[in-house]
Design a protein around this ligand. Sequence first.
Ligand SMILES: *Cc1c(COP(=O)(O)O)cnc(C)c1O
Length: 377
Amino acid sequence: MDGFSPDILVPEHIKAFSAYIPSKPDDVLKQLYGCTRIHRLNNNENALGPPGTACAAIMGFPAVQGSVYPSGDAYHLRGKLAQRFGMHPDQFLAGNGANEVIGFVIKAFCREGDNIITADKTFAVYEWVAEFSGIEARLTPLVDHGFDVSGMLERIDPRTKILFVCNPNNPTGTWWNRETLCGFLDRVGGSALVVVDEAYREFVEDPDFPDGLALVPRYPNLVVFRTFSKMYGLAGLRIGYLAGSREVVDIIRRTCIVYSVNSLAQVAALAALDDEEHVERTLEMVRRGRSFLHRELNGLGLPVISGEGNFLMVRLPMSDSLAYRKLMTRGVMVRAMTGFRFPNWIRVTISQMEAMEAFVEALSSILAEPAQEQGRP
Ligand SMILES: *Cc1c(COP(=O)(O)O)cnc(C)c1O
Protein backbone atom coordinates (compact mmCIF):
# COMPACT_ATOMS: atom_id res chain seq x y z
CA MET A 1 0.00 0.00 0.00
CA ASP A 2 1.19 3.50 -0.87
CA GLY A 3 1.36 6.51 1.38
CA PHE A 4 -0.96 5.51 4.20
CA SER A 5 -0.89 8.20 6.86
CA PRO A 6 -2.93 7.33 9.96
CA ASP A 7 -2.68 10.98 11.06
CA ILE A 8 -5.49 12.11 8.79
CA LEU A 9 -7.81 9.64 10.50
CA VAL A 10 -7.01 10.72 14.05
CA PRO A 11 -9.37 13.05 15.97
CA GLU A 12 -7.76 16.21 17.39
CA HIS A 13 -8.25 15.14 21.01
CA ILE A 14 -6.29 11.94 20.35
CA LYS A 15 -3.51 13.81 18.54
CA ALA A 16 -3.04 15.94 21.62
CA PHE A 17 -2.90 12.94 23.95
CA SER A 18 0.19 10.90 24.84
CA ALA A 19 0.23 7.26 25.90
CA TYR A 20 0.85 6.30 29.52
CA ILE A 21 4.19 4.55 29.89
CA PRO A 22 4.05 1.81 32.52
CA SER A 23 7.13 0.69 34.44
CA LYS A 24 9.14 -2.16 32.94
CA PRO A 25 9.20 -5.65 34.50
CA ASP A 26 11.61 -6.26 37.39
CA ASP A 27 14.06 -8.42 35.42
CA VAL A 28 14.45 -5.68 32.80
CA LEU A 29 14.77 -2.94 35.43
CA LYS A 30 17.41 -4.85 37.38
CA GLN A 31 19.56 -5.04 34.27
CA LEU A 32 18.91 -1.44 33.34
CA TYR A 33 19.79 -0.04 36.78
CA GLY A 34 22.28 -2.68 37.85
CA CYS A 35 20.52 -3.65 41.08
CA THR A 36 19.87 -7.11 42.47
CA ARG A 37 16.41 -6.61 43.95
CA ILE A 38 13.66 -4.05 43.68
CA HIS A 39 11.35 -2.76 46.39
CA ARG A 40 8.27 -1.64 44.47
CA LEU A 41 6.96 1.35 46.37
CA ASN A 42 5.40 3.06 43.35
CA ASN A 43 1.89 1.60 43.01
CA ASN A 44 0.44 1.40 46.54
CA GLU A 45 0.28 -2.37 46.40
CA ASN A 46 -0.14 -4.41 49.57
CA ALA A 47 3.23 -5.95 50.46
CA LEU A 48 1.47 -8.64 52.52
CA GLY A 49 -0.02 -10.04 49.32
CA PRO A 50 -3.61 -11.24 49.00
CA PRO A 51 -5.49 -12.41 52.13
CA GLY A 52 -4.97 -16.06 53.07
CA THR A 53 -8.54 -16.87 52.06
CA ALA A 54 -7.89 -15.48 48.56
CA CYS A 55 -4.54 -17.32 48.29
CA ALA A 56 -6.36 -20.57 49.04
CA ALA A 57 -8.97 -19.80 46.38
CA ILE A 58 -6.25 -19.01 43.83
CA MET A 59 -4.30 -22.20 44.60
CA GLY A 60 -7.49 -24.24 44.40
CA PHE A 61 -8.55 -22.79 41.06
CA PRO A 62 -8.97 -25.67 38.58
CA ALA A 63 -6.72 -25.07 35.57
CA VAL A 64 -9.35 -26.55 33.28
CA GLN A 65 -11.60 -23.60 34.15
CA GLY A 66 -9.19 -21.53 32.07
CA SER A 67 -11.02 -22.70 28.97
CA VAL A 68 -14.43 -21.53 30.18
CA TYR A 69 -15.67 -17.95 29.97
CA PRO A 70 -16.11 -16.31 33.36
CA SER A 71 -19.43 -15.25 34.76
CA GLY A 72 -20.09 -12.26 32.51
CA ASP A 73 -21.52 -10.15 35.29
CA ALA A 74 -19.55 -11.47 38.31
CA TYR A 75 -22.76 -13.04 39.55
CA HIS A 76 -21.58 -14.52 42.86
CA LEU A 77 -19.39 -11.58 43.75
CA ARG A 78 -22.27 -9.16 43.27
CA GLY A 79 -24.45 -11.41 45.41
CA LYS A 80 -21.91 -11.38 48.20
CA LEU A 81 -21.34 -7.63 48.03
CA ALA A 82 -25.10 -7.08 48.13
CA GLN A 83 -25.40 -9.21 51.25
CA ARG A 84 -22.40 -7.57 52.89
CA PHE A 85 -23.62 -4.02 52.31
CA GLY A 86 -27.39 -4.57 52.50
CA MET A 87 -28.00 -3.68 48.87
CA HIS A 88 -29.35 -5.39 45.75
CA PRO A 89 -26.91 -7.33 43.50
CA ASP A 90 -27.96 -5.17 40.53
CA GLN A 91 -26.60 -2.14 42.35
CA PHE A 92 -23.07 -3.45 41.69
CA LEU A 93 -21.06 -3.60 38.49
CA ALA A 94 -17.61 -5.25 38.47
CA GLY A 95 -14.80 -4.21 36.17
CA ASN A 96 -11.25 -5.12 35.20
CA GLY A 97 -9.98 -2.97 38.03
CA ALA A 98 -11.72 0.21 39.15
CA ASN A 99 -9.80 1.80 36.29
CA GLU A 100 -12.12 0.14 33.82
CA VAL A 101 -15.35 1.30 35.46
CA ILE A 102 -14.21 4.94 35.11
CA GLY A 103 -14.56 4.45 31.36
CA PHE A 104 -17.98 2.81 31.73
CA VAL A 105 -19.42 5.79 33.62
CA ILE A 106 -17.99 8.39 31.28
CA LYS A 107 -19.17 6.51 28.18
CA ALA A 108 -22.65 6.06 29.63
CA PHE A 109 -23.25 9.71 30.47
CA CYS A 110 -20.99 11.96 28.39
CA ARG A 111 -20.98 13.07 24.79
CA GLU A 112 -19.03 15.69 22.88
CA GLY A 113 -19.37 19.10 24.49
CA ASP A 114 -20.04 17.70 27.96
CA ASN A 115 -17.59 18.05 30.82
CA ILE A 116 -16.51 16.35 34.00
CA ILE A 117 -15.10 18.07 37.10
CA THR A 118 -12.38 16.81 39.40
CA ALA A 119 -9.22 18.08 41.14
CA ASP A 120 -5.95 19.03 39.47
CA LYS A 121 -3.88 16.83 41.77
CA THR A 122 -5.66 13.54 42.16
CA PHE A 123 -5.83 10.11 40.53
CA ALA A 124 -5.16 11.14 36.92
CA VAL A 125 -7.26 8.46 35.22
CA TYR A 126 -10.55 10.43 35.51
CA GLU A 127 -8.95 13.27 33.58
CA TRP A 128 -7.25 10.97 31.05
CA VAL A 129 -10.32 8.89 30.21
CA ALA A 130 -12.38 12.05 29.79
CA GLU A 131 -9.81 13.64 27.52
CA PHE A 132 -9.17 10.68 25.26
CA SER A 133 -12.95 10.31 24.99
CA GLY A 134 -13.19 13.90 23.74
CA ILE A 135 -14.79 15.17 26.96
CA GLU A 136 -13.51 18.27 28.72
CA ALA A 137 -12.00 17.71 32.18
CA ARG A 138 -12.36 20.77 34.42
CA LEU A 139 -9.69 20.68 37.08
CA THR A 140 -10.17 22.36 40.45
CA PRO A 141 -7.01 23.26 42.38
CA LEU A 142 -6.66 21.54 45.74
CA VAL A 143 -7.01 23.68 48.86
CA ASP A 144 -4.70 22.65 51.72
CA HIS A 145 -3.99 19.51 49.64
CA GLY A 146 -7.68 18.55 49.75
CA PHE A 147 -10.62 18.60 47.30
CA ASP A 148 -12.25 22.04 47.25
CA VAL A 149 -16.05 21.93 47.63
CA SER A 150 -16.84 25.44 46.41
CA GLY A 151 -14.21 25.35 43.66
CA MET A 152 -15.85 22.26 42.22
CA LEU A 153 -19.39 23.64 42.56
CA GLU A 154 -18.37 26.88 40.81
CA ARG A 155 -17.24 24.95 37.77
CA ILE A 156 -20.59 23.24 37.22
CA ASP A 157 -22.45 24.31 34.10
CA PRO A 158 -25.40 22.80 32.18
CA ARG A 159 -23.00 20.46 30.33
CA THR A 160 -21.42 19.04 33.52
CA LYS A 161 -22.27 15.35 33.78
CA ILE A 162 -19.97 13.90 36.43
CA LEU A 163 -17.99 15.18 39.43
CA PHE A 164 -15.19 12.86 40.56
CA VAL A 165 -14.09 12.99 44.20
CA CYS A 166 -11.25 10.76 45.37
CA ASN A 167 -11.88 10.00 49.08
CA PRO A 168 -9.30 9.67 50.55
CA ASN A 169 -7.33 11.43 47.85
CA ASN A 170 -4.49 9.74 46.03
CA PRO A 171 -1.80 11.16 46.34
CA THR A 172 -2.34 13.60 49.24
CA GLY A 173 -4.29 11.33 51.63
CA THR A 174 -6.79 14.10 52.49
CA TRP A 175 -10.46 13.22 52.90
CA TRP A 176 -13.94 14.69 53.24
CA ASN A 177 -15.85 13.75 56.36
CA ARG A 178 -19.54 12.81 56.27
CA GLU A 179 -20.75 16.36 56.78
CA THR A 180 -18.59 17.74 53.96
CA LEU A 181 -19.53 14.99 51.52
CA CYS A 182 -23.27 15.28 52.28
CA GLY A 183 -23.10 19.06 52.05
CA PHE A 184 -21.49 18.70 48.62
CA LEU A 185 -24.07 16.15 47.45
CA ASP A 186 -26.90 18.41 48.67
CA ARG A 187 -25.52 21.37 46.75
CA VAL A 188 -24.92 19.41 43.52
CA GLY A 189 -28.52 18.23 43.72
CA GLY A 190 -29.77 16.09 40.87
CA SER A 191 -28.03 18.00 38.09
CA ALA A 192 -25.02 15.67 37.71
CA LEU A 193 -23.59 12.39 38.92
CA VAL A 194 -21.13 12.39 41.79
CA VAL A 195 -18.53 9.62 41.75
CA VAL A 196 -16.74 8.99 45.04
CA ASP A 197 -13.65 6.84 44.51
CA GLU A 198 -13.05 4.89 47.71
CA ALA A 199 -10.02 2.88 46.53
CA TYR A 200 -8.35 3.42 49.92
CA ARG A 201 -11.40 3.42 52.20
CA GLU A 202 -10.38 0.19 53.97
CA PHE A 203 -7.28 1.98 55.29
CA VAL A 204 -9.27 4.71 57.05
CA GLU A 205 -10.11 4.14 60.71
CA ASP A 206 -11.62 7.50 61.61
CA PRO A 207 -15.34 7.03 62.48
CA ASP A 208 -16.10 10.35 60.79
CA PHE A 209 -15.07 8.92 57.41
CA PRO A 210 -18.22 8.56 55.28
CA ASP A 211 -19.34 5.21 53.90
CA GLY A 212 -20.36 6.04 50.33
CA LEU A 213 -22.47 2.91 49.97
CA ALA A 214 -24.58 3.88 52.97
CA LEU A 215 -25.37 7.21 51.29
CA VAL A 216 -26.67 5.72 48.03
CA PRO A 217 -30.33 5.45 49.24
CA ARG A 218 -30.28 9.17 50.05
CA TYR A 219 -28.46 10.25 46.88
CA PRO A 220 -29.54 8.30 43.78
CA ASN A 221 -27.00 10.25 41.68
CA LEU A 222 -24.08 8.96 43.80
CA VAL A 223 -21.74 6.31 42.36
CA VAL A 224 -19.07 4.70 44.54
CA PHE A 225 -15.89 3.01 43.27
CA ARG A 226 -14.04 0.34 45.23
CA THR A 227 -11.19 -1.99 44.34
CA PHE A 228 -9.55 -5.25 45.37
CA SER A 229 -6.15 -3.91 44.27
CA LYS A 230 -5.08 -2.09 47.42
CA MET A 231 -6.17 -3.46 50.80
CA TYR A 232 -7.06 -6.86 49.33
CA GLY A 233 -3.76 -7.30 47.51
CA LEU A 234 -5.23 -8.45 44.19
CA ALA A 235 -3.83 -5.72 41.90
CA GLY A 236 -2.39 -8.31 39.52
CA LEU A 237 -5.75 -9.97 38.95
CA ARG A 238 -7.51 -6.71 38.06
CA ILE A 239 -10.82 -6.46 39.81
CA GLY A 240 -12.82 -3.54 41.17
CA TYR A 241 -16.42 -2.42 41.12
CA LEU A 242 -18.85 0.44 41.22
CA ALA A 243 -22.09 0.69 43.17
CA GLY A 244 -25.02 3.06 43.02
CA SER A 245 -28.78 3.27 42.66
CA ARG A 246 -30.36 0.67 40.41
CA GLU A 247 -31.48 3.29 37.87
CA VAL A 248 -27.95 4.62 37.47
CA VAL A 249 -26.19 1.25 37.45
CA ASP A 250 -28.70 -0.08 34.88
CA ILE A 251 -27.63 2.75 32.57
CA ILE A 252 -23.90 2.26 33.15
CA ARG A 253 -24.27 -1.48 32.50
CA ARG A 254 -25.15 -0.71 28.87
CA THR A 255 -21.59 0.48 28.21
CA CYS A 256 -19.69 -2.15 30.17
CA ILE A 257 -17.47 -4.78 28.58
CA VAL A 258 -19.01 -8.16 29.38
CA TYR A 259 -16.48 -10.88 30.38
CA SER A 260 -13.77 -8.34 31.19
CA VAL A 261 -13.38 -9.71 34.74
CA ASN A 262 -11.65 -13.08 34.61
CA SER A 263 -12.73 -16.15 36.59
CA LEU A 264 -9.68 -16.30 38.84
CA ALA A 265 -10.15 -12.68 39.87
CA GLN A 266 -13.78 -13.35 40.69
CA VAL A 267 -13.11 -16.33 42.98
CA ALA A 268 -10.16 -14.57 44.63
CA ALA A 269 -12.19 -11.42 45.32
CA LEU A 270 -15.09 -13.44 46.69
CA ALA A 271 -12.75 -15.22 49.11
CA ALA A 272 -10.84 -12.05 50.00
CA LEU A 273 -13.93 -10.50 51.56
CA ASP A 274 -13.90 -13.16 54.29
CA ASP A 275 -10.48 -12.38 55.72
CA GLU A 276 -10.75 -9.75 58.42
CA GLU A 277 -7.45 -10.65 59.97
CA HIS A 278 -5.72 -9.59 56.75
CA VAL A 279 -7.21 -6.11 57.06
CA GLU A 280 -5.98 -5.87 60.66
CA ARG A 281 -2.46 -7.03 59.76
CA THR A 282 -2.28 -4.58 56.88
CA LEU A 283 -3.46 -1.67 59.03
CA GLU A 284 -0.81 -2.55 61.59
CA MET A 285 1.90 -2.66 58.90
CA VAL A 286 0.83 0.75 57.59
CA ARG A 287 0.73 2.31 61.09
CA ARG A 288 4.24 1.08 61.86
CA GLY A 289 5.63 2.04 58.47
CA ARG A 290 4.08 5.50 58.58
CA SER A 291 5.41 6.38 61.99
CA PHE A 292 8.87 5.10 61.03
CA LEU A 293 8.85 7.20 57.84
CA HIS A 294 7.59 10.29 59.68
CA ARG A 295 10.42 10.04 62.14
CA GLU A 296 13.14 9.38 59.57
CA LEU A 297 11.98 11.93 56.98
CA ASN A 298 11.59 14.50 59.71
CA GLY A 299 15.16 13.76 60.72
CA LEU A 300 16.26 14.42 57.15
CA GLY A 301 14.37 17.73 57.23
CA LEU A 302 12.10 16.81 54.31
CA PRO A 303 8.52 18.12 54.01
CA VAL A 304 5.95 15.31 54.06
CA ILE A 305 2.27 15.12 53.09
CA SER A 306 0.76 12.18 54.88
CA GLY A 307 -2.91 11.46 55.43
CA GLU A 308 -4.96 8.32 54.99
CA GLY A 309 -4.15 5.43 52.64
CA ASN A 310 -1.04 3.25 52.34
CA PHE A 311 1.21 5.97 50.94
CA LEU A 312 2.77 9.33 51.71
CA MET A 313 4.50 12.08 49.77
CA VAL A 314 7.93 13.59 50.33
CA ARG A 315 9.40 16.80 48.86
CA LEU A 316 12.99 16.53 47.74
CA PRO A 317 15.62 19.21 47.20
CA MET A 318 16.16 17.79 43.70
CA SER A 319 14.22 16.76 40.61
CA ASP A 320 11.86 13.85 41.24
CA SER A 321 12.78 12.10 38.00
CA LEU A 322 16.48 12.27 38.86
CA ALA A 323 15.70 10.99 42.36
CA TYR A 324 13.69 8.17 40.80
CA ARG A 325 16.67 7.04 38.73
CA LYS A 326 19.11 7.32 41.62
CA LEU A 327 16.80 5.38 43.93
CA MET A 328 16.38 2.72 41.26
CA THR A 329 20.12 2.08 41.15
CA ARG A 330 19.77 1.38 44.88
CA GLY A 331 16.89 -1.02 44.34
CA VAL A 332 14.02 1.24 45.45
CA MET A 333 11.20 2.22 43.12
CA VAL A 334 9.02 5.18 44.07
CA ARG A 335 6.53 7.29 42.12
CA ALA A 336 7.96 10.49 40.65
CA MET A 337 5.19 13.06 41.02
CA THR A 338 5.81 15.64 38.27
CA GLY A 339 3.14 13.83 36.25
CA PHE A 340 0.69 14.44 39.13
CA ARG A 341 1.62 18.17 38.99
CA PHE A 342 3.81 17.86 42.11
CA PRO A 343 7.30 18.59 40.74
CA ASN A 344 10.13 17.56 43.10
CA TRP A 345 7.81 15.33 45.13
CA ILE A 346 7.80 11.56 45.27
CA ARG A 347 5.06 9.26 46.54
CA VAL A 348 6.07 6.21 48.54
CA THR A 349 3.95 3.15 49.30
CA ILE A 350 3.95 2.27 52.99
CA SER A 351 5.14 -1.28 53.18
CA GLN A 352 7.02 -3.72 55.39
CA MET A 353 9.88 -2.44 57.58
CA GLU A 354 12.60 -3.98 55.45
CA ALA A 355 11.47 -1.97 52.44
CA MET A 356 10.95 1.18 54.50
CA GLU A 357 14.48 0.93 55.87
CA ALA A 358 15.88 0.29 52.39
CA PHE A 359 14.04 3.38 51.13
CA VAL A 360 15.29 5.65 53.92
CA GLU A 361 18.84 4.40 53.51
CA ALA A 362 18.79 4.91 49.73
CA LEU A 363 17.23 8.35 50.09
CA SER A 364 19.77 9.46 52.73
CA SER A 365 22.59 8.36 50.50
CA ILE A 366 21.40 10.23 47.40
CA LEU A 367 20.78 13.37 49.46
CA ALA A 368 24.31 13.17 50.83
CA GLU A 369 25.80 13.32 47.33
CA PRO A 370 27.28 16.65 46.18
CA ALA A 371 24.67 19.03 44.73
CA GLN A 372 25.95 19.10 41.13
CA GLU A 373 25.30 15.39 40.91
CA GLN A 374 21.72 16.12 41.95
CA GLY A 375 21.18 18.13 38.78
CA ARG A 376 21.25 21.58 40.35
CA PRO A 377 22.77 24.46 38.35
C1 LIG B 1 -5.37 2.17 42.66
C2 LIG B 1 -6.52 3.09 42.48
C3 LIG B 1 -7.69 2.70 41.84
C4 LIG B 1 -7.99 1.33 41.38
O1 LIG B 1 -7.25 0.74 40.54
P1 LIG B 1 -7.60 -0.69 39.96
O2 LIG B 1 -6.38 -1.47 40.19
O3 LIG B 1 -7.90 -0.43 38.52
O4 LIG B 1 -8.79 -1.25 40.68
C5 LIG B 1 -8.73 3.59 41.73
N1 LIG B 1 -8.63 4.82 42.23
C6 LIG B 1 -7.54 5.23 42.87
C7 LIG B 1 -7.53 6.57 43.45
C8 LIG B 1 -6.45 4.39 43.00
O5 LIG B 1 -5.35 4.83 43.62
